[in-house]
Design a protein around this ligand. Structure first.
Ligand SMILES: Cc1ncc(COP(=O)(O)O)c(C=O)c1O
Length: 401
């Protein structure tokens, strides 16, 4: 069995110029926008007291994004907010002037005109963009990487998007989407990652994810937990991780939680960067075949990388078995705890946490992170069974893929 590997962050700090992307004022704006949706409802924050006891932790909380807008994943928060911000900018309005009713009105459509939103996706982001484009009465074109399952493809097609599976990996699909958009009148790239020269839309996407984090922060308080001591968050390109960790650093500037980033081992670009230690980005290439489809990205988001370098304690590279273990443990937790339907990318951090607490090979990491009976750990199950066939194969039939 491949081991879980980790790199403690010793990278040089930067001027933190991207941290304000996740400031409370920005996130309040995103939250108000999402609250205007008829589909809006806070997703549950599930507490697992018996599991915490079993693992030797104080408290475990897991945000269950399988309930998000009927789309089974958190991603729509980012795409929808970025598209609204884009429409606001083009029509010279504030996003606060564009709640759902206005944004989807015929009057606004006439004012804004017709655009085509292009994106690349391993599934969840593209589904969110296609869904939002449909709400706005706009077109979406979606590129998916090699190895994408038919379920994920069909979910996007069902939203009315023009979607293809390419013979390329995710990062190459991102370039294809950007290239295709540049050749179409009013083509707009809505990509969930940033690169030099493309930062505005990904920053808005990260702010959209902030709605989920702000909900969790408030729900923790309802449970009587003032502040988590540890946050575990999964990463593909790292937009989500930058959003979560940036949110908590802004929220608790003096005593932020200890933050841990978990990646799929075949696509562990952030972990490789941390291991190299010089602060520069590392890129992972190849097919990156993993059950954690949402984490199969080898090129970091440049804005997030800056936030992560400054505020992540440890970067973890996780094999598929850890994600599969997390899925099974969340589906059938200790008696008395509420089960969580958590997909491959959703369950990876929990699977890793369970191993850190139970496996002798992870003792040094457990001690480094100070995980013990006093710890209050927050995790994000970022997707439900977005690929139901594979979910059943792993959880019911005990397969690892
Ligand atoms: C379910 C799920 N979780 C986590 C992630 C990782 O997000 P990011 O690529 O921003 O790191 C993704 C990305 O697609 C995803 O679909």
């Amino acid at each position: 069995m491949k081991p879980i590997e980790w790199a403690v962050n010793t990278m040089p700090k930067t001027d933190d110029r991207h941290l304000p992307v996740m400031s409370p004022e920005e996130i309040k704006r995103a939250r108000s926008f999402h609250e205007s949706f008829p589909q809006y409802k806070e997703t549950p924050l599930t507490k697992l007291p018996h599991m915490a006891d079993h693992l030797g932790l104080g408290e475990i909380y897991i945000k269950d994004e399988s309930y998000r807008f009927g789309l089974n994943a958190f991603k729509v928060l980012g795409g929808s907010y970025a598209m609204a911000k884009y429409v606001a900018k083009q029509t010279k309005k504030e996003v606060s002037d564009l709640p759902y009713q206005v944004l989807t009105s015929q009057a606004l459509k006439e004012e804004f005109g017709q655009a085509t939103f292009f994106t690349a996706t391993d599934g969840n982001h593209g589904r969110g963009v296609a869904w939002a484009a449909r709400q706005l009465g706009q077109k979406a074109v979606v590129f998916m990487p090699k190895g994408t399952t038919l379920n994920r493809f069909n979910n996007i097609k069902a939203e009315g998007a023009d979607v293809t599976i390419e013979e390329s990996n995710y990062d190459e699909c991102v370039r294809m989407a950007a290239d295709a958009a540049s050749k179409v009148k009013n083509g707009v790239v809505v990509q969930d990652t940033a690169w030099d020269g493309y930062e505005e839309i990904p920053a808005w996407i990260m702010q959209g994810y902030g709605t989920m984090v702000m909900e969790a922060d408030e729900q923790l308080k309802e449970y009587g937990c003032e502040r988590p001591t540890h946050v575990f968050v999964q990463a593909g390109v790292g937009s989500l991780a930058g959003a979560v960790i940036g949110y908590f650093k802004n929220r608790y500037p003096v005593n932020p939680p200890i933050c841990v980033v978990v990646e799929a081992d075949v696509a562990a670009c952030l972990y490789e960067g941390a291991k190299a230690g010089d602060g520069n980005i590392r890129i992972v290439d190849g097919d990156m075949q993993t059950i954690m489809a949402g984490l199969a990205c080898g090129e970091p988001n440049t804005i997030s990388w800056d936030i992560l370098k400054n505020h992540t304690d440890t970067f973890i590279s996780a094999p598929d078995w850890a994600a599969a273990q997390g899925m099974r443990m969340l589906a059938a937790p200790i008696k008395g705890d509420t089960p969580v339907t958590s997909g491959e990318s959703g369950a990876a951090p929990f699977g890793v946490l369970a191993s850190i607490m139970k496996d002798d090979s992870c003792q040094a990491l457990r001690e480094h992170l100070g995980l013990n009976k006093d710890s209050k750990v927050l995790l994000f199950s970022t997707e439900g069974d977005t690929d139901p066939d594979r979910y059943k194969a792993i959880v019911w039939e005990g397969k690892d893929r």
